[in-house]
Design a protein around this ligand. Sequence first.
Ligand SMILES: [Zn+2]
Ligand SMILES: [Zn+2]
Ligand SMILES: [Zn+2]
Length: 323
Amino acid sequence: MPSLFENAVASIRMGVEDFRQQDHDRDISAVRNFYAGVLLLAKEALIRSAPNADPQHVIGAKFKPVPDGSGGVEMSQVGHTTIDFRAIGERAQDFGVALDGKALKALNEIRNDMEHHYTSEPSTAIRAAISKGFPVAASLFRQMEEDPIALLGEAWTTMLDTKELYDQELREARATLAKIRWYSPSISPEFVKCTACQSELVEQIDGENDTQAIAELRCKTCGSDVEMVDVIEQVLEAVYGAEAYLRHKDVSEPGPIYDCRACGHSTLVESENGCGYCNEPLDYVRECRRCEAGISVQDYYEGLDEGLCSYCSHIWYKMMKED
Ligand SMILES: [Zn+2]
Ligand SMILES: [Zn+2]
Ligand SMILES: [Zn+2]
């Protein structure tokens, strides 16, 4: 027999598949399946929040007191009915499970109208109510530390195509990135993209970690692990790529992005104090001691860093030869 959780996932998948078809008859089926799935998922979240309890006691609807044989009473479940929509909301509050009651209520009302073979809601309203339910399901998966990409597959992609879920997931993903103290001041969460699918929904797996060196990133759209070094290179390229192109084209000069000598990646920006990936400091005298012109990273790298700019070291070299 499939578990409650498996049933929940199957119903949600079916509901989203109906939703994807964009056909009015399928919308009705979408509400039915998706709503049933979310309620099952909420029940599963309640059960998991009280792991030592008898699951039937957590989601049972009716209890009665019976004598316990030693002068007291114990509560005994009456029948096998489980809690309905309204009671799930109340119990979620008691058990500390976050549940968006408003979004669920809209789905519940449409579904009830349908059961009476009547709904005055146009198709767009039905679809809007379903898409508002997507973040509810996503939030329950997250609270249970279950992976919706693996569980829902294509259905997850369909859900992410709606603004309601996309916006929520983006907000949460970026909040995890905002915790990181980035080595490069050019990196900011809005620039981070999945290197496999270009999705912006990249999250830090440990949403509390603030250390870049140990941060692990993951794409919430395709599920890929995202390598930190690829992200840093990609962001720096997005920020400084055009400038690098113009420099190369107009004056045939390298920069402002350089290969870091410590880690070998293109993650060093000349105006910054160190490598954006490995944090190796870039400290050398940046002003020529003879003419006060700036000394480029390239000159420094080429060993022309006797405190002179490339022009002055050229003059100096010539003088040495003439002597
Ligand atoms: Zn991706
Ligand atoms: Zn480096
Ligand atoms: Zn100089």
